[in-house]
Design a protein around this ligand. Structure first.
Ligand SMILES: [Fe+2]
Length: 379
């Protein structure tokens, strides 16, 4: 057995811990760029963070141009702000889109080439990357403790994940009180993302005994607490446990990566940027699980996943149906009615710019397999 394992930067976890942002930033720089979406500004959350920064004598600018499925254009606008303001620390405040944008700005502001070159691995990300603080307000995408930033290029319809240890947030602030106001639909799509991170890290060909420990715990916590968060969003204990699941799953994918489910969902997102990551995942996931449960070496792990969803169901598909029966997902891809040409293109692209990750799938898949998964998912 051979593996390497590095724990992420400092994690500051607990209700009210957003108040430690100033102290955290003061240890990393003198001028911060606070990266968030417009809602963080109108809701007053950005103002709260600015006060904490001011109390620790950290100057700050706000970039509130974060968009869902962060685009190269939105990131480049943030890069310009960071350069103009001579910022030396980047703070991502919000869900995965804000944190991924902050990571990408940290690269763009400290490197000479357009961000896309780093996103597709044409040019390596270096240790010149500005330090990142991630304040997560959702559970979540795990982005606060991963070395990935997902970037969409609307011109090429590609949505790769830029991966580098230098973009791993130096400090992650996980304050479950910030998650109490998550609407039900967001709780479902973000919670499903956590579940899928746990599943894919657990069953990926890159998994190791330590990543398994984090992935297993993430799956167990999701199965226990996601339904509670969905029904009762104000339940702080359940929100805390889902924040923990999100953190564990993030650490797991940072080492064991993801596999087929995420690759197909990313390709779908590249073609349909208005479909959320969690909704794209949910739409195809039952069929991905059924396909992957054919893996003999991973049989025990798929048994664990199946039992976590439902102890008594016969097979992983039935367990999935039962566990998620009370959740409402949009499954927006179905309403898009992709024709056979589009399905063919998505299947083909699964094995192009993210082939390395698709190859981590526990069952070797090809274009025809993905076509079948998509066709069954769209019925
Ligand atoms: Fe994800």
């Amino acid at each position: 057995m051979n593996f390497e394992f590095a724990l992420p930067g400092k994690i500051i976890f607990g209700p009210g811990k957003i108040s430690e942002t100033g102290k955290a930033a003061a240890g990393l720089g003198k001028k911060a760029l606070l990266v968030c979406d417009p809602f963080c500004v109108t809701s007053g959350l950005a103002g709260k963070v600015l006060k904490h920064l001011d109390a620790s004598n950290v100057k700050a600018l706000v970039f509130s141009g974060v968009v869902p499925n962060p685009t190269t254009a939105s990131i480049e606008s943030g890069v310009l702000e960071a350069r103009k303001g001579k910022c030396d620390v980047i703070i991502g405040l919000g869900g995965g889109s804000s944190i991924d944008t902050a990571k990408a700005i940290a690269v763009g502001a400290s490197h000479p080439e357009p961000i896309w070159n780093y996103a597709i691995g044409k040019t390596p990300v270096t240790d010149k990357t500005l330090p990142v603080i991630a304040i997560t307000t959702t559970s979540g995408t795990g982005s606060h403790c991963t070395c990935f930033s997902v970037i969409t290029n609307p011109e090429t319809h590609q949505k790769p994940g830029m991966g580098s240890p230098y973009i791993l947030p130096r400090i992650a602030i996980v304050d479950p009180e910030l998650m109490l106001s998550m609407p039900r639909a967001l709780t479902a799509i973000c919670g499903f993302d956590v579940f899928s991170h746990g599943v894919e890290a657990y069953t990926s060909n890159a998994s190791n005994p330590m990543s398994d420990m984090f992935a297993e715990k993430a799956i167990t916590l999701c199965s226990q607490y996601l339904p509670i968060c969905y029904k009762d969003g104000k339940n702080l204990e359940a929100r805390e446990m889902m924040a923990l699941a999100d953190t564990y799953a993030g650490i797991a994918i940072c080492h064991a990566v993801v596999s087929l489910g995420h690759v197909v969902a990313h390709v779908i997102g590249g073609h349909y940027p208005d479909i959320s990551h969690g909704d794209a995942l949910f739409t195809i996931y039952r069929e991905v699980l059924v396909f992957n449960s054919k893996s003999k070496p991973m049989a025990n792990k798929h048994g664990f996943i199946s039992r976590s969803m439902d102890e008594s169901s016969d097979g992983i598909g039935a367990a999935f149906d039962k566990f998620f029966a009370d959740f409402a997902f949009e499954k927006k891809l179905i309403s898009k009615r992709p024709d056979s040409e589009k399905i063919g293109r998505i299947s083909k692209e699964t094995f192009t710019y993210m082939k390395g990750i698709a190859d981590l799938n526990p069952v070797a898949a090809n274009e025809d397999d993905v076509k079948v998964i998509l066709e069954k998912s769209l019925r």
